[in-house]
Design a protein around this ligand. Structure first.
Ligand SMILES: Nc1ncnc2c1ncn2[C@@H]1O[C@H](COP(=O)(O)OP(=O)(O)O)[C@@H](O)[C@H]1O
Ligand SMILES: [Mg+2]
Length: 435
């Protein structure tokens, strides 16, 4: 077990605002399984949950008055780290110390009580941040004016839009006597004039000596606002230094470097229009591919056939008809690439076994044949995807992992990364012309 804070945190000085020492956070991932599957797993002594290390030993110290940009791709652990610093989550290892009052603008709507009005929530929130009734009375009008939601101040906040939540939460946070302000992406929820106003206020707070930790996709903005940047990647600190340099490092990560072993495949995917980038005009090779994205990739690989008679109500309870990839997902279902389940789990990462199944069905591969080749040590013959996995291996679409004892592993449960999907699809598309 990680040892307690006191011994670890001897290096904290009186001017330290945030001390993070060897902090780890592991999430338990519960896989959705039927009752029968759960039962079978239990009988066989298998676990049906796995864990994910979101933070793998993070260390840094923020002195009072510093402004720090927290940078990194989606999934790198930024929000988790802010939640740990704000105390919303507890670390599984290591220690965190903070000095002074903290306001965290981390999740839109967090800290608000849905059944209370905006007015009541202002009192509730400000009290949580340590203000007395008199102090709140004195600032109440300023808070409401800044938020620009006077008209709705006596409406229950459950009727608020996310933009209205942001306005109220932000306004409370900046009108209270906080020492440390943590801001996660949420600024992007507001409209532009409000964002500008917030930013001006954040600058003032910084000039007045408050400590800031800011997460934003707007790299130019954070480079300007912050003195220091901490770049996270896969739950680890990759860089900690001047904000401008951290942004340079972040941008370097974005681009696929020349020497990347799968550069050709990723370029092919982009040129073919199979991917349109990550939304920031980049490829993000190490991001996992979500199931909804895979639907779009396969649909585009097939030449984006028009999907006639799009059903007015979605065949999947978790896919809205407004979903940008709704046609692709319906197409996938009609092709028999996904089964008749009620859910599609669009925002779940695609696993390697699912990749194998999707590709085999896309290719209309005949999986009834006897399968040759060496089996994988981690794919038992009765694995539901065993035949599809054998097929991708036979077609040489995949690569395998080798254990120290020489046994071959397929790692069926691992997520497929964007760089890997590029390889799978490229090899599939070129399988006849490859030597
Ligand atoms: N409550 C949770 N349960 C399981 N996994 C989680 C949970 N919260 C975050 N994660 C995972 O931890 C990783 C880091 O997430 P997060 O801190 O939100 O990253 P970021 O804010 O940098 O995009 C992601 O892979 C995410 O899926
Ligand atoms: Mg986040």
């Amino acid at each position: 077990m990680p040892k307690t804070s006191e011994t670890v945190l001897t290096d904290v000085t009186p001017t330290t605002a945030i001390a993070v020492r060897n902090v780890r956070k592991t999430f338990l991932l519960r896989h959705t399984h039927s009752l029968k599957e759960s039962f079978v797993a239990k009988v066989r002594g298998k676990t049906i949950a796995s864990t994910f290390d979101a933070l793998k030993g993070v260390d840094f110290t923020v002195e009072a008055g510093e402004s720090v940009a927290l940078l990194g791709f989606n999934g790198s652990g930024k929000s988790t780290l802010l939640k740990l610093v704000s105390g919303v989550l507890r670390p599984d290892g290591g220690a965190i110390r903070t000095r002074g009052r903290i306001a965290g603008l981390i999740e839109v709507g967090a800290g608000f009580h849905p059944d209370l009005s905006g007015r009541e929530n202002i009192y509730l929130n400000a009290a949580i941040l340590g203000m007395t009734k008199e102090e709140i009375d004195a600032r109440f009008d300023d808070i409401v004016t800044f938020s620009e939601i006077e008209k709705f101040i006596d409406t229950e906040v459950k009727h608020y839009s996310s933009g209205m939540f942001l306005r109220l939460a932000f306004s409370v946070a900046i009108h209270t006597e906080v020492d440390i302000l943590l801001i996660d992406e949420i600024l992007s929820v507001g409209d532009e004039p409000f964002q500008k106003k917030c930013l001006a206020r954040i600058r003032e707070l910084h000039e007045a000596g408050r400590t800031l930790v800011v997460v934003s996709h707007d790299l130019d903005m954070v480079a300007q606002l912050c003195d220091r940047g901490i770049l996270l990647r896969g739950g680890e600190v990759l860089y900690d230094g001047p904000a401008t340099e951290a942004v340079v490092q972040m941008r370097a990560l974005y681009d696929v470097p020349n020497e990347h072993p799968y550069r050709r495949e990723m370029t092919w995917m982009a040129l073919k229009g199979i991917t349109r980038g990550s939304g920031h005009g980049r490829f993000e090779p190490e991001a996992p591919v979500l199931r909804e994205q895979m639907a779009a990739f396969l649909h585009r690989l097939a030449g984006e056939p028009r999907v006639a008679d799009l059903p007015a109500s979605s065949p999947f309870v978790d896919v809205l008809t407004e979903h940008v990839f709704y046609p692709a997902i319906v197409w996938l279902q009609r092709q028999g690439i996904v089964g008749e389940e009620h859910t599609f789990e669009p925002s779940k990462p695609l696993t390697r076994e699912q990749m194998a199944v999707f590709l085999a069905r896309y290719a209309e591969a005949d999986l009834s044949d006897e399968l040759g080749g060496d089996p994988f040590s981690d794919v038992p013959a009765d694995h539901p995807a065993a035949r599809a996995i054998a097929w991708v291996a036979e077609k040489d679409l995949t690569w395998t992992y080798e254990d120290e004892d020489g046994s071959r592993r397929f790692a069926p449960d691992e997520p497929v990364l964007r760089e890997q999907v590029a390889v799978f699809l490229h090899r599939y598309a070129h399988r006849d012309t490859r030597a």
